[in-house]
Design a protein around this ligand. Sequence first.
Ligand SMILES: Cc1cc2nc3c(=O)[nH]c(=O)nc-3n(C[C@H](O)[C@H](O)[C@H](O)COP(=O)(O)OP(=O)(O)OC[C@H]3O[C@@H](n4cnc5c(N)ncnc54)[C@H](O)[C@@H]3O)c2cc1C
Length: 368
Amino acid sequence: MLRDAVRSLAEAKIAPYAAAVDEEARFPQEALDALVANDLHAVHVPEEYGGAGADALATVIVIEEVARVCASSSLIPAVNKLGSLPVILAGSEELKKKYLGPLAKGDAMFSYCLSEPEAGSDAAGMKTRAVRDGDHWVLNGVKRWITNAGVSEYYTVMAVTDPEKRSKGISAFVVEKSDPGVSFGAPEKKLGIKGSPTREVYLDNVRIPADRMIGEEGTGFATAMRTLDHTRITIAAQALGIAQGALDYAKNYVRERKQFGKPIADFQGIQFMLADMAMKIEAARQLTYAAAAKSERNDPDLTFHGAAAKCFASDVAMEVTTDAVQLLGGYGYTRDYPVERMMRDAKITQIYEGTNQVQRIVMARNLP
Ligand SMILES: Cc1cc2nc3c(=O)[nH]c(=O)nc-3n(C[C@H](O)[C@H](O)[C@H](O)COP(=O)(O)OP(=O)(O)OC[C@H]3O[C@@H](n4cnc5c(N)ncnc54)[C@H](O)[C@@H]3O)c2cc1C
């Protein structure tokens, strides 16, 4: 029922704008409005904080169905979870009440600020500093590649509180867009997910009350990594949705397109490509849903399964969208058809929330 409801909404209210959002590289406001109106913008927020209380699998299905028509728009529910999960996992009751309510209502979005210009895969090498000053912390630094920066009201920011301790000297904070000293860089000009703003976040003597720290001092990096264990599954869902959208489009196209006097779908070479695409997507879906169940139960082997789902599903998305372009021939290579956008959008799923090389490092360290 949830899938049917999200699919109808996505096809009616999000799909019609997907090409324009990509072409104009603009924020998908129509998608945000439609998701908020239907309470689908941050479904993971627990009911006690005013949210829909969706479990990890339901959240994955929402993201998958939105990504099937517009990958940029699927980053609204996905990054709202990514940004706010540190608060849900480790925040005080006061922080949860203060920040999850507006998120659940659709009054505010949440971003996640881990990466920096010189600290990507090696996130623990970050330079952003937080220094205690009485009842406050003062933050200085630059966060890079921040999804939905500028649009979001709230930012979970990881910063060094004790440079001697490397990852154990990192703490997490909630920073608000309106805090004096917060500003943003120009939107990045990207290959895909062009509707999702990616900007630098500048922290220039940002002075925030001490109770904005998420969890204990020195636990920020562990919280950031635990968050990714759960949210990599949402990136797997995004990849899965993009791949399914490309397969659905190509499947219909090959039935219509005629060469050598018959629909190209009649050629076995084409049928075998479609069969492989569908097989890979189904394998990615099973891995993703199983990982979502592990996320919901907080199973001890979640780290391996979250990384495996993200890595596998994103590689499938890249292969399937590339094959979808192939199935449309020259037409597939143009912006007149959506598979070209889907192929560009798929690429990011192999890169963010840890590249697929990093996922393999994570899996190797946590072999079942
Ligand atoms: C569109 C977009 C949105 C993003 N959104 C966010 C966000 O909201 N919040 C956030 O915090 N970050 C975000 N990121 C950052 C993203 O997570 C990083 O780009 C990613 O982790 C890789 O870091 P890097 O770009 O510095 O690459 P690098 O770490 O410099 O990696 C370069 C290459 O080296 C490889 N490599 C690095 N180390 C190893 C190793 N040990 N073994 C093998 N290979 C290795 C990598 O896999 C990659 O192929 C976003 C990025 C993009 C592009």
